[in-house]
Design a protein around this ligand. Structure first.
Ligand code: SAM
Length: 239
């Protein structure tokens, strides 16, 4: 069933679609009276909606429905900025693999520099995330945050805070940590040039744990996917 995200919190029985969505409903899908779609609002609540055709198409809320396509834990991926279309690929795939929050990170070895208040880039990244959410039928709309630095990142109130670190360190077994009890997890991944040791030290001092992601060196944009797959296996597939 088709799903639409609306940019407001539904607080009545009626759902209003934007111009693009109306065009898609009427001209592309050619919906008929009482056809049904899902709608997810700004508060990430999902509704079953019946469509009504007058001069425009609008929706009538039938009921709210449980979220079916989300990981059972809120999953933040903080990624040192990556060059070019590999950054777009990272956003798209992290959404497909279940991330709820994507945090572009200023790090010492970043090749790419993006100012924190770069509205234009944030809008483009958010559009990539929204399209990936629609394609993968995510129940919620994953959020791309404005660029953060490590000082801001360590303030995030996550239960489990991990550093994807490939160097031999006293890293804790990822599988052991994923088995634990937590309602939110944050993974930090370095850019192409990796972490500066002082960054790892700072994160460890702020409660982060180093974890390995297998025996091979992964590209930055692959690391979060390895982690999200392991998390999905642990939380969704293993039973
Ligand atoms: N140090 C890497 C090298 O020797 O080529 C460069 C960094 S790697 C391309 C980008 C990031 O992916 C790393 O900073 C780390 O966060 C993550 N990463 C890659 N392979 C990993 C592994 N086997 N275990 C944990 N993290 C890994």
């Amino acid at each position: 069933m088709q799903q639409y995200y609306v940019d407001y919190t539904v607080n009545s029985k009626t759902v209003v679609f934007n111009k693009e969505q109306q065009h898609h409903l009427c001209r592309v899908l050619r919906v008929k009276e009482n056809d049904q779609v899902y709608v997810v609002d700004e508060s990430n609540t999902k509704y079953l909606v019946s469509l009504h055709l007058e001069d425009t198409v609008y929706g009538e809320i039938l009921e709210s429905v449980p979220l079916q396509s989300e990981l059972p834990v809120r999953t933040y991926i903080a990624q040192g900025l990556i060059k070019g279309d590999r950054w777009d690929y990272f956003i798209q795939k992290s959404v497909e693999f279940g991330a709820s929050d994507i945090i572009p990170l200023q790090m010492k070895r970043n090749v790419v520099k993006v100012e924190k208040d770069n509205e234009k880039k944030l809008q483009r990244w958010s559009k990539i995330a929204l399209e990936a959410a629609e394609q993968s039928k995510r129940d919620i709309r994953p959020q791309v945050h404005p660029v953060m630095n490590l000082k801001e990142l360590v303030q995030l109130p996550c239960d489990l805070k991990l550093i994807a670190y490939e160097k031999e360190t006293d890293s804790v077994e990822l599988s052991t940590l994923l088995k634990g009890e937590y309602s939110s997890v944050l993974l930090v991944v370095g850019p192409e040039g990796g972490f500066d040791p002082q960054e790892v030290e700072y994160l460890v001092e702020n409660g982060f744990k180093c974890v390995g992601l297998g025996r091979r060196i992964l590209r930055a944009e692959s690391a979060s996917l390895y982690f999200l797959s392991a998390l999905s296996y642990e939380k969704e597939l293993k039973g």
